[in-house]
Design a protein around this ligand. Structure first.
Ligand code: ARG
Length: 441
C-alpha cells in the first residue's frame, strides 16, 4: 500500500470514528482552568473528556496530575513525555535563530504550544474524538497558537475553549469548582504562571502595573543577586553546528545541558526578563519571565556566530531572526515561510562550531571568551602592534570611494542652498520700522 493511500484511509477512518464519537481531548495542566473545563465540557457539550498532559519539562508531579484528571471525571488520560522532541525540534531551532521576541522574550511558552497542539491532534485521532480543547483565554496568544496548529493539522477537528467561551473570573471558577467537587490547590498564588524547560512565564497580580517592580516572591528560578555567590562563576559552552553539545568540557545530553545552565545561571541571579510586550491580539501587556538557560545559550550562540559568520551573513540573518521570532510568537509555527527561513538559518550553522566562555556574577551574564576552528578573526589584521599585515595605505582609496555617495549628496545640498540664497530679494523690508533692530539702541 502506498503511503498516500494509507494516509487517505487513515483520515477516512478517523472521519467515520469522529461521526460516531462523543469524545474531546483536553490539554490538561492540572490547574484550576483546565480542571473546571473537564466538568464544564461534559455538562455543556455532553462530551466525554479525555485528558492529555504533555511533559515539556515543567517539573510537575505528572502522575498526580493524571490521577486528578480521572478523579474529576476524565474517561481516559494520556501523559506524553515530549521533552526530547521539544528540545531538538523547537528549542534548538530557536537557539540557531537567536530568537528573542521584541528583542527580549526567548519564546519559552510560545515554542511549546504547537508541540502541545500536535500531541492533542494525535491523541484525538487515536481516540476518534470530534474535538480538542484547551484552557486558554480569549485575550492571549496561546489560543491562537493552539487553534491555528490544530486546524492546520486536522481541519475536521473542532476546538473548544471553555475559558474563552465562558469568560469567567477566577473567583467564579473557584465557586464552580467548589460546587462540583473539583479539588482546588491550597497553594493560592497571586501569579499566573506557565513553565517548561526553556523558561517560566509570570503574569497577573501586582505585575499588571508596569511601573511596579516584580516582588521577589514572583521568582522561583533566579535568586536575588544579593543572595548570589560573591565570586564570579564561569561556564564554557561548546557548540556544534549551532547546537550546544557540551558544558565545561563534558558532553551532555540536551535536556541535562539546559537544566544545568538554568540552575547555574539562576543561582547567580541571572535570567529575568521584565518588559512590555505586544500581544498578537493588539494588547500591550507587562510580561515577566525567568529564562536563565535560554538567555545564556542564545547570548553565547550569538557571540560565536560573530566570530565565524561574515558581516553580510550576520546582517541578513538578523532580519531573518526577527521574522522567525514573529512567526513563532504569533502562532504560525506551521507557516511555510517559517520552514523556509529555517532552511536559510540551517545553511548558516555548519560553521557555528566552537566554545564560548560566559561569566556569571550577581545577576549578570556576559560572554568573555570565544574560540572556533572556523574563526574569521585574524590577529595579524586586527592588531595595533608592529606585526600587523594590514595595509593602512589601502584605507585611503577605500575611504575615497566609500564616502563618495555622501560627498556628492552634501555637495548637491550646498549648491542648492547657495542657489536659494542668490534667489532671495537683496533687501528685506521691515514691517515695523519704529522697533529698533538688533544691535541698535
Ligand atoms: N506572553 C507570553 C506568550 O505569549 C507568555 C504567555 C503565558 N501563558 C500562560 N498561559 N500563562 O508567549
Amino acid at each position: 500500500m502506498t503511503e498516500s493511500y494509507k494516509s487517505i484511509l487513515q483520515k477516512l477512518s478517523h472521519a467515520i470514528d469522529a461521526q460516531l464519537s462523543d469524545k474531546v481531548v483536553l490539554a490538561y495542566s492540572g490547574g484550576l482552568d483546565t480542571s473546571v473545563s473537564i466538568k464544564w465540557i461534559k455538562e455543556r457539550y455532553g462530551l466525554e473528556v479525555v485528558t492529555c498532559t504533555v511533559d515539556v519539562g515543567q517539573k510537575e508531579d505528572l502522575a498526580a496530575i493524571g490521577e486528578k484528571a480521572k478523579r474529576i471525571g476524565a474517561v481516559n488520560h494520556y501523559t506524553i513525555d515530549a521533552k526530547d522532541e521539544f528540545v531538538r525540534d523547537y528549542v534548538f531551532k530557536s537557539i540557531k535563530a537567536n530568537s528573542l521576541y521584541e528583542g527580549a522574550y526567548p519564546l519559552s511558552t510560545a515554542l511549546a504550544r504547537p508541540l502541545l497542539a500536535e500531541k492533542l491532534v494525535q491523541v484525538a485521532e487515536k481516540e476518534g474524538a470530534v474535538a480538542v480543547a484547551h484552557g486558554c483565554t480569549g485575550k492571549g496568544n496561546d489560543q491562537v497558537r493552539f487553534d491555528v496548529t490544530v486546524k492546520a493539522m486536522n481541519p475536521s477537528l473542532r476546538v473548544i475553549a471553555p475559558v474563552r467561551e465562558w469568560n469567567l473570573s477566577r473567583d467564579a471558577e473557584i465557586k464552580y469548582a467548589q460546587e462540583h467537587g473539583i479539588p482546588i490547590s491550597t497553594k493560592k498564588s497571586i501569579f499566573s504562571t506557565d513553565q517548561n524547560l526553556w523558561g517560566r512565564s509570570i503574569e497577573s497580580g501586582p505585575l499588571e502595573d508596569p511601573y511596579t517592580e516584580p516582588p521577589e516572591e514572583a521568582f522561583e528560578w533566579c535568586v536575588t543577586p544579593r543572595n548570589a555567590p560573591d565570586k564570579a562563576e564561569y561556564v564554557e559552552i561548546e557548540f556544534e553546528k549551532g547546537i550546544p553539545v557540551a558544558v565545561d568540557g563534558k558532553k551532555t545530553d540536551p535536556i541535562n545541558l539546559i537544566n544545568f545552565v538554568n540552575s547555574k545561571a539562576g543561582l547567580n541571579g541571572f535570567g529575568i526578563v521584565d518588559h512590555v510586550e505586544d500581544r498578537l491580539v493588539g494588547i500591550k501587556s507587562r510580561e515577566v519571565y525567568e529564562c536563565p538557560a535560554a538567555l545564556t545559550l542564545i547570548a553565547a550562540h550569538k557571540d560565536l556566530e560573530k566570530l565565524v559568520l561574515t558581516r553580510h551573513e550576520l546582517s541578513f540573518k538578523s532580519k531573518v531572526e526577527e521574522e522567525w521570532s514573529w512567526l513563532v510568537y504569533s502562532g504560525l509555527w506551521l507557516e511555510p515561510l517559517r520552514l523556509a527561513l529555517d532552511q536559510f538559518i540551517e545553511a548558516t550553522q555548519s560553521r557555528v562550531n566552537g566554545t564560548v566562555r560566559v561569566k556569571l556574577y550577581k545577576g549578570t551574564m556576559r560572554p568573555v571568551g570565544r574560540k572556533s576552528e572556523n574563526s574569521l578573526y585574524r590577529h595579524k589584521l586586527s592588531t595595533y602592534d608592529a606585526t600587523s599585515t594590514f595595509d593602512q595605505n589601502a584605507a585611503v582609496g577605500f575611504i575615497e570611494l566609500w564616502g563618495l555617495p555622501s560627498r556628492v549628496a552634501s555637495e548637491q545640498l550646498l549648491n542648492s542652498l547657495s542657489q536659494a540664497k542668490k534667489d532671495r530679494p537683496a533687501v528685506a523690508v521691515s514691517k515695523n520700522p519704529s522697533r529698533p533692530k538688533k544691535g541698535e539702541h
